[in-house]
Design a protein around this ligand. Structure first.
Ligand SMILES: Nc1ncnc2c1ncn2[C@@H]1O[C@H](COP(=O)(O)OP(=O)(O)O)[C@@H](O)[C@H]1O
Ligand SMILES: O=C(O)C1=C[C@@H](OP(=O)(O)O)[C@@H](O)[C@H](O)C1
Ligand SMILES: [Mg+2]
Length: 174
């Protein structure tokens, strides 16, 4: 049985972009916990947070994580999935966990050019470059703890995929 592959990391590291391409390379299904939430609630992340607060969103994303978990599936998580210890444990028990790691200035550059405000309401109220620095300082140890492998996410998506496949000893299906 092919275990699910979870992609974790901060906003802008490429979980959604790389995850979709990785699933095609492997012939796996692709799921994204935020997309699942949006479809099941018919609301954006920003709308859920406005109506239920971050606490409400975090409870829903845990449900989303369980709902999308299946064999032979690449799962792009939201950047805050690792905040809850039970999510970190669940991912490590169910599959293989990959941390797409990049410094905060790279993440901020990507987010400034594609802000996607409905998907990424502010976490701290601070400007993006400062927010990403704060978030990485707060979460880096959680990404490290949760991950089976850390991959350099500053590279082009195809190179990121090659590194993930190599770390998992998997080959492209096509
Ligand atoms: N490896 C990469 N190199 C350059 N740009 C990237 C890379 N991965 C993602 N991006 C860009 O960064 C932005 C955020 O990517 P996304 O996949 O939504 O990240 P995440 O799901 O981790 O928040 C998008 O504009 C995407 O095109
Ligand atoms: O880092 C975070 O706390 C979040 C990241 C977002 O996902 P992406 O990492 O895919 O942008 C989304 O889940 C939500 O806005 C919260
Ligand atoms: Mg994403």
């Amino acid at each position: 049985m092919s275990l699910p592959i979870y992609l974790i990391g901060a906003r802008g590291c490429g979980k959604t972009t790389v995850g979709e391409a990785l699933s095609r390379a492997l012939g796996y299904a692709f799921r994204d916990t935020d997309h699942h939430l949006q479809l099941s609630t018919q609301r954006s992340v920003a709308q859920i947070v406005a109506q239920e607060g971050w606490e409400g969103f975090r409870a829903r994303e845990t449900e989303s994580l369980k709902a999308v978990t299946a064999p032979a599936t690449v799962i792009a998580t939201g950047g805050g999935m690792v905040l809850a210890e039970h999510n970190r444990r669940f991912m490590r028990e169910q599959g293989r966990v990959i941390w797409l790691s990049a410094p905060s200035h790279i993440l901020a550059q990507r987010l400034e050019s594609q802000p996607e405000a409905a998907q990424r309401p502010t976490l701290t109220g601070r400007p993006i470059a400062e927010e990403m620095g704060d978030i990485l300082r707060e979460r880096a140890h959680l990404y490290r703890d949760a991950a089976h492998h850390e991959v350099n996410a500053m590279q082009a998506p195809d190179r990121v995929i090659d590194d993930i496949l190599q770390s998992l000893s998997l080959a492209r299906a096509s």
